[in-house]
Design a protein around this ligand. Structure first.
Ligand code: HEM
Length: 633
């Protein structure tokens, strides 16, 4: 890919490299190869029939055609046998009936909310049911024990096919989309320390600084202005990841002030748009070549600009040694397991692209849903305010200038943490969850059901966290449920399958030290490594869980606390109330809303006279010159 950059440039940000990469998209490779094989097979049959009717063809051609027909018949027979074996193995399981050719594919692709469809199916068919996607047999698992078993298993891997659609945009396989292989292991091991608790203290300064920039913007605009809070929170996440990961200003919030004419503004717009463009291209197979349409041409430009932003970031971190222990620093030091040498540019590029891709939308959309849920539950808002007040973080009759949030406060904000967990239960960004597969071994689920190798094992997050056999009153927003320690673990008496499926699991009621009741715990900052079955994993579970979860959690608590210190958020009439929000909900690559979340930010107090929380504000360069070394030491 590095050499692709040297290929001619067709216009701003569109290079031949980009064009080649988009056209040789895995999806087209796959469909193209299938079509070619079919054409070849049809020609072979025609030639052999012609030869049988006495037409003259050379012996070599006839031999090739015979070999081709024999090979295709052999492959078809093997496929039929494999499918039959899977069919037999799963025949005891319930499951929906679906069209012969596509299976459940069209239902999943055509619905705007496939995550809710999975939840409906789990309610109807239970904690383990079968279905088919084209020729692939699949098992959908929402039983906590079996789901935890699958996600923690070292034998299963990611089903690469759906992720392969992202690779052309992200510049190739990366930590998010790649197989669980030695390359993934090497990169993950190298960069994971960037998200350590020590580094989170450093990140907090940036998060507060960016949240306060957002506060300032909202305050200037006044309560009557309708804001798309989704876009604003995406901008904040972008700024935080740019600074935290690469010590680079993305200026996503600054460009709101400076206007849309600068290079920075165009870059920010491209970053915000690129995920949308990727979503559109994964949905509309023919989108990439319809260049007569303006929006398609704009999409090409967006993707080209996205790539050029990532290249510039890569060049920046190579030219200016990054902060010790930062993501950029650790990525530069990572070694390829094949060569033992540092990763070449074309392998670093996708990791940088993936970090932005995986971090911005997930965190931004979650913040949006949290604000929405709070806006619909004034009693919850009151409890959050009381908690902030109790810590001296709210301006009141006794506290004129509330202090700035500190790292120690994060774990004391018990109720706010409960609100965030409940929002992540109801709206997990990666709502469709995980598709896993064991390529070589049969898997025995719960010691009872042998699932043949190659069968897709699907653990849908939204369904896991919202079906009635796992949760009481799942449709209700009840942060209080998180005040009981160990709420993320399965409740033994609720487990839906017969007991023999659960042999060998620790089903005792957890007595988590501190538990959820103490706010952000150490377990919250990373994988708890518990052997207990879980019914809640918005950040996934097992070896492929979210590497950036500690940053996401600190970001959400700090941003929400800072915003709620200053404003009460009200849903704008334009959204059409909760029904309108529900109607606009959609799953593309993560859960979001068709046109964002329109809200008013109503100030809690008249603070025209001063800017109370900026008193100790964190200016990026001036206040933090040595923080990184201090916290990573
Ligand atoms: C609320 C916020 C977030 C949620 C709910 C979330 C959730 C997830 C989930 C469910 C996965 C597994 C995805 C899959 O296998 O398909 C994942 C993976 C990942 N996430 Fe996050 N994420 C969040 C924020 C972040 C942030 C802030 C970053 C980094 C800046 C990040 C970086 C990653 C990466 C690199 C992976 C791939 C990890 C691997 O496979 O080794 N995420 N995330």
């Amino acid at each position: 890919m590095g050499n692709m950059r040297a290929l001619p440039v067709f216009g701003p940000h569109i290079t031949l490299g980009l064009v080649v990469q988009q056209i040789s998209w895995h999806k087209y490779d796959f469909i193209g190869m299938l079509l070619l094989a079919l054409v070849f097979f049809a020609c072979s049959i025609a030639i052999l029939v012609g030869a049988a009717q006495g037409r003259h063809y050379s012996l070599v051609l006839c031999s090739i055609c015979s070999a081709n027909v024999a090979l295709v018949l052999y492959a078809a027979a093997r496929l039929a046998m494999t499918m039959h074996r899977r069919e037999q193995a799963l025949k005891g399981l319930p499951g929906p009936k679906h069209p012969l050719i596509f299976g459940m594919m069209m239902d999943l692709v055509c619905r705007r909310d496939p995550h809710r469809y999975a939840t409906e199916l789990a309610e109807r068919y239970g904690p383990i049911f079968k279905f088919r996607l084209l020729i692939f047999h699949a098992v959908c698992i929402t039983d906590p024990v079996l789901a935890t078993q699958v996600l923690q298993s070292k034998v299963v891997d990611k089903l690469r096919f759906p992720y392969s659609f992202l690779d052309p945009f992200l510049g190739g396989e990366n930590m998010l989309t790649g197989h669980t292989d030695p390359h993934w292991r090497a990169v993950r091991k190298a960069v994971a320390p960037a998200f350590s608790a020590g580094n989170m203290r450093f990140a907090l300064g940036h998060i507060i600084d960016r949240s306060l920039a957002l506060v300032e913007y909202l305050r200037k605009k006044g309560p009557k202005t309708v804001h798309n809070m989704d876009t604003l929170l995406l901008r904040e996440s972008m700024d935080v990841i740019g600074r935290f990961g690469f010590q680079r200003e993305m200026n996503a919030l600054e460009t709101l002030k400076t206007g849309q004419d600068s290079e920075d503004a165009a870059n920010v717009a491209a970053l915000l748009q690129s995920t949308h463009e990727i979503e559109l291209r994964t949905q509309q197979v023919n989108r990439w070549f319809r260049l007569w349409r303006r929006d398609v041409r704009d999409g090409w430009l967006t993707l080209g600009r996205f790539r050029s932003i990532v290249w510039k970031l890569l060049e920046h971190i190579k030219a200016h040694p990054p902060q010790k222990g930062s993501f950029a620093d650790l990525l530069l030091k990572a070694r390829s397991p094949k060569t033992g040498r540092p990763l070449p540019d074309h392998l670093m590029f996708p990791e940088i692209a993936a970090l932005f891709f995986a971090g911005i939308d997930t965190t931004g959309h979650t913040g949006t849903f949290i604000l929405y849920l709070i806006s619909q539950h004034p009693e919850v808002e009151q409890k959050i305010l009381a908690e902030l007040d109790g810590l001296g973080l709210l301006r009141s009759s006794t506290v004129v200038k509330p202090r700035e949030l500190t790292y120690a406060d994060l774990s004391k904000l018990t109720y706010l943490n409960a609100v965030i967990k409940e929002a992540l239960r109801m709206y997990p960004p990666v709502a469709i969850g995980q598709m896993r597969v064991s390529y070589s071994h049969d898997i025995v689920l719960g010691g009872q059901l042998s699932v043949p190798a190659g069968t897709v094992l699907w653990v849908p997050h939204h369904a896991m966290q919202n079906v009635s056999f796992n949760w009481d009153e799942p449709e209700k927003f009840l942060p209080e449920r998180w005040l009981t320690p160990g709420t993320e673990y399965a409740v033994p008496e609720k487990l839906p399958l017969p007991r023999e499926w659960y042999k060998g699991w620790d089903l005792s009621l957890p007595t988590a030290p501190g538990g959820a009741a103490s706010g952000l715990t150490e377990a919250d900052m990373g994988d708890s490594n518990s052997k207990r079955p879980k019914r809640y994993f918005p950040f996934a579970e097992g070896p492929r869980n979210c590497v950036g979860q500690s940053l996401a959690k600190v970001s959400l608590v700090a941003t929400m606390a800072t915003l709620l210190q200053h404003f009460s958020f009200r849903l704008a009439d334009e959204m059409g109330g909760p029904e309108g929000v529900r109607a606009a909900e959609q799953y593309t690559l993560v859960v979001g809303l068709a046109n964002g979340m329109l809200m008013h930010a109503v100030p809690r107090h008249d603070d025209r006279d001063d800017s109370p929380l900026r008193a100790n504000g964190h200016a990026f360069r001036s206040s933090h010159p040595n923080h990184w070394d201090a916290w990573t030491a």
